[in-house]
Design a protein around this ligand. Structure first.
Ligand code: NDP
Ligand code: 2IT
Length: 449
């Protein structure tokens, strides 16, 4: 992957940087996509004439709002809420909400931009958007979380709708938060509009498999990458960063495929278990008790905890970054390759830095970028929307089968597109081009919007 862009695309990128100052993550995400698009403009000059790239880099709408709330002691707090409605050429804006203290406009824009192409890759009728707040849920009581969610939705609700904008979870937003958000939306609108949020609870409009979908889907993507190489996950040693929603169900599916996950992590440190992570314990600590992964070592002999350590030093054949952006840099990538890693499947969004990506591609290992590998979450959200629209609910097996075939399809499409554009085996180019073309075609058809 070269960093030198064709002149015309370089000019667009410089303009994006100038128009969005200080938004480093957004610049990074845009650059990675633009680096893939040179051959697309050669093949389809009409996209240049219609300024599709310039239009795709500019969100359709950006909403920033105040979120005031009171903690349990009565103290008032003010957070900042965001929703970036990036592109609706293919369907209503669709994408998660992130509650994390690091959130600012540049993070939400990078996530929204990625979401546009990811959602296009699923082949489903969903546009791209993302939102969130710089709220830190850590250490907050259930009532504080509820009050925050209610205040957040009090402002956001006017921008949402099952045919307009449909949020879901991301970092810091899971089933509990979606419940409080849905409750407040229902109260404000006097409508039981199930399709306005996804990731809902089973029993009040949620879909089976949605909770598991991102992790399971990422493992299916890796399974497909290995299949092309006449290999499989059976017996492989794996590491999975994070210990949240995506990491937990990545580990679960890796284990089901006969792989052994020897390490996972959270923002404080890494837990290493040579004989394989006990996932029930991780679920109890993280999903139920909301504690740190460090506590794992207190319950199981043979578990080592590295405070503040990097998980990528743990030798493995398959690595699945599933925590956050830029968590794996060039040095980490070199360490992984040196230790014999053969496949990377990104559960997180943009977890590998540009230098890290280059190391993986140069080493010729199977590298599945987030916008392809983690698309199973949003794809199953779209399946949830389908069930809501038809007032139906599908079995676990039926829904999981659909997720599997969507992920297998995304793998095939990215693989074939990479070949077609002269970059066999390069899923970065395959995903960026396949996603871009689908959105561009729709934008072309809908006129100057
Ligand atoms: P969770 O909040 O459930 O878990 C996040 C995990 O990542 C936690 O273990 C957290 O540790 C760790 N983490 C978060 N921020 C940091 C940080 N700055 N440094 C180190 N560790 C960090 O979120 P998800 O599992 O839902 O999301 C994980 C990733 O997957 C994100 O990149 C998200 O955008 C992406 N994703 C999520 C989808 C979904 O359906 N949920 C779909 C597609 C992608 P700690 O608890 O200590 O903060
Ligand atoms: O990054 C993502 O794809 C998500 N957080 C899930 C989005 C969704 O709408 O399910």
């Amino acid at each position: 992957m070269s960093t030198a862009l064709p002149e015309q695309i370089e000019a667009i990128f410089q303009q994006v940087k100038a128009r969005n100052p200080g938004e480093d993550e957004f610049h990074q995400a845009v650059k990675e996509v633009l680096e893939s698009l040179g051959p697309v403009l050669v093949k389809y000059p009409e996209f240049s004439d219609q300024k599709i790239i310039e239009r795709i880099c500019e969100p359709e709408r950006q909403i920033i709002f105040r979120v005031p709330w009171q903690d349990d002691r009565g103290e008032v707090h003010i957070n900042r809420g965001f929703r970036v409605e990036f592109n609706s050429a293919l369907g209503p804006y669709k994408g998660g909400l992130r509650f994390h203290p690091s959130v600012y406009l540049g993070i939400i824009k990078f996530l929204g931009f990625e979401q546009v192409f990811k959602n296009a890759l699923t082949g489903m009728p969903i546009g791209g958007g993302k939102g969130g707040a710089d709220f830190d849920p850590k250490g907050r009581s259930d009532s504080e979380i509820m009050r925050f969610c209610q205040s957040f939705m009090t402002e956001l609700h006017r921008h949402l709708g099952e045919h307009t904008d449909v949020p879901a979870g991301d970092i810091g937003v899971g089933g509990r938060e979606i419940g409080y958000l849905f409750g407040q939306y229902k109260r404000l609108t006097n409508r039981y509009e199930s399709g306005v949020l996804t990731g809902k609870g089973i029993g009040w409009g949620g879909s089976l498999v949605r909770k598991e979908a991102t992790g399971y889907g990422a493992v299916y993507f890796v399974r497909e990458m290995l299949k092309v190489r006449k290999d499989s996950l059976d017996g492989k040693t794996c590491v999975v960063s994070g210990a949240g929603n995506v990491a937990i169900y990545t580990i679960e599916k890796l284990h089901e495929h006969g792989a052994r996950v020897v390490a996972c992590s959270d923002s404080h440190g890494v837990i290493i278990v040579e004989k394989g992570i006990d996932l029930d314990l991780v679920k109890q600590l993280k999903e139920v008790e909301r504690r740190r992964i460090a506590d794992y070592a207190g319950y199981r002999q043979g578990a080592r905890y590295l405070a503040g350590g990097t998980i990528w030093e743990v030798p493995c054949q398959v690595a699945m970054p599933s925590a956050t952006q830029n968590e794996l840099n060039g040095r980490d990538a070199r360490t992984l390759v040196r230790n014999g890693c053969i496949a990377i499947g990104e559960g997180a969004n943009m977890p590998t830095t540009p230098e890290g990506i280059r190391v993986f591609l140069d080493a010729g290992i199977a590298y599945g970028p987030g916008k392809a590998a983690n698309a199973g979450g949003v794809a199953t959200s779209a399946l949830e929307m389908q069930q809501n629209a038809s007032r139906d609910s599908w079995s676990f097996e039926f829904t999981e089968q659909k997720l599997d075939s969507i992920m297998t399809g995304i793998h095939a499409a990215t693989w074939e597109t990479a070949e077609e554009f002269g970059a066999p085996g390069n899923y970065v180019i395959g995903a960026n081009i396949a996603g871009f073309i689908r959105v561009a075609r729709a934008m072309e058809a809908l006129g100057l919007i």
